[in-house]
Write a protein that binds this ligand. Structure first.
Ligand code: 2HA
Ligand code: ZN
Length: 271
């Protein structure tokens, strides 16, 4: 007898982090999408993995992810409803051997699909796994203040990053790579996925101007924590913007911080 998957740690953590983002106001209506690479072993305690699933074709080839299992939000689904009913709002997929399709093994109705950003997620997972074998999570969310900040600042990775680092002593330790920025693009169209995946070679969080962010990490908590850190700095930035005589952490002190906490900040942004 398989155990009840709704009581698994992976469904609980996934639902809780999604619910938290909804409550923070980041994910109105169907905004946002999450994917989480699952290990086969714990999953096999909950699902019969020998059965084939419903095939769903991909826009890209995801062969490097062949055989991998992912827990993914569903297309058009609301973050508001995931915690109440994960099975109706998310699904577990397995990438096929050839990498041109996924099988939907659990969750959603027969006519329903994984997130419209599935290609962005899979391309991002492939990119991240090349640089970090412990990588597991991609989160896209409409983080409010970060998005507002993108409306009133230069979309320059260096100046955007330095504004965020300069406002909170611990930020350079949490994201020493800084924030990547891609040009504005139509969601779900493949180009946005390609551009995002390319940025993930160097960054752990990527800004989609006038839209939101995409972040990665080895756990749901770490990925959420990264977005939360950037979002808090963006809120601080916008709150102090009207005030004169602002004091930001100097480059010298940023470098002292990096040294003290043994992180290597992005050399293109600070020396
Ligand atoms: O899933 O947020 O950008 C809805 C979106 C796509
Ligand atoms: Zn979005």
């Amino acid at each position: 007898m398989n155990k009840n998957i709704l009581e698994s740690n992976f469904i609980r953590e996934f639902s809780n982090v999604i619910d938290r983002m909804y409550l923070l106001g980041w994910d109105e209506r169907n905004a946002g999408n999450v994917s989480f690479i699952l290990d086969e072993q714990p999953l096999a305690e909950y699902l019969d993995l020998s059965k084939p699933g419903r095939l769903y074709p991909l826009q890209i080839n995801a062969k490097p992810l062949a055989g991998k299992y992912l827990l993914v939000t569903g297309s058009g689904k609301y973050f508001k409803n995931v915690k109440e009913d994960p099975k109706a709002n998310a699904c577990i997929i397995r990438v096929t051997e050839g990498g041109s399709d996924v099988e939907i093994l659990w969750g959603l109705q027969p006519h329903e699909r994984p997130t419209s950003e599935l290609s962005t997620h899979l391309a991002s997972h492939m990119s991240r796994l090349e640089v970090d074998p412990t990588h597991r999570v991609i989160i896209h969310t409409h983080a409010t203040y970060t998005n507002m900040m993108s409306a009133i600042t230069d979309l320059n990775e260096k100046s955007f990053t330095k504004a965020l680092w300069g406002l909170n002593t611990e930020n350079i330790i949490i994201f020493p790579e800084g924030i990547g920025i891609i040009p504005w693009e139509i969601p779900g169209n493949g180009i946005i996925g390609k551009n995002t995946a390319a940025k993930f070679k160097h960054f752990k969080i990527v800004l989609w101007p006038l839209h939101g962010v995409v972040a990665c990490g080895d756990t749901l908590d770490a990925t959420f924590g990264l977005i939360e850190t950037v979002e808090k700095a963006a809120m601080t930035y916008l709150t102090i913007k009207p005030y004169t005589n602002q004091k930001l952490i100097s480059d010298v002190d940023l470098m002292r911080l990096a040294k003290a906490f043994n992180v290597k900040p992005n050399e293109d942004f600070i020396q």
